[in-house]
Design a protein. Structure first.
Length: 148
């Protein structure tokens, strides 16, 4: 099983507490797949919306394919996520809880199929972000001291 990561949403780990992750397929057009293989995608400000027992990926920017013609795809179009019914029901229940949202964490190819990892996230407050930064810096200082 070969996994090639196309893009990650690093800011999601800074802004949210990720409590659970789930893998989903994405319904893509041909030029979108080619553009993803070139690594031209961005998950900044993107999110997952549950509507009528279906999941959709919104605001995910996949750049137009460089060698595409007039039938190239629209970069910010809404893309359907492919999941089993049980997974969709489970996610929609968690997303409906107060303070929780669904955030795409990364897009990758798993055995030549495009997948997206979705995180059930709860937003961090400003003081929690500061604590995370302090812990990270303290960890780095300990690592430097151990190296010496």
């Amino acid at each position: 099983m070969i996994v090639k990561v196309v893009c990650q949403n690093r800011k999601a780990y800074h802004d949210y507490h990720i409590e659970e992750t789930i893998e989903a397929g994405i319904a893509l057009l041909g030029t979108e797949v080619k553009s993803l293989r070139d690594g031209k995608a961005n998950l900044k400000d993107s999110y997952v919306l549950m509507k009528e027992d279906e999941a959709f990926l919104l605001n995910c920017h996949i750049s137009p394919y460089s060698h595409g013609n007039i039938l190239n795809h629209e970069p910010l179009r809404t893309r359907k996520l492919l999941m089993h019914r049980e997974e969709i029901d489970k996610l929609s229940g968690k997303a409906a809880a107060k303070g929780y949202t669904l955030i795409p964490l990364k897009i990758y190819f798993k055995d030549s199929r495009a997948k997206v990892e979705i995180g059930v996230a709860r937003g961090k407050r400003l003081f929690e972000k500061r604590e995370t930064i302090k812990e990270r810096e303290a960890k780095r200082e300990i690592e430097r001291a151990m190296k010496r």
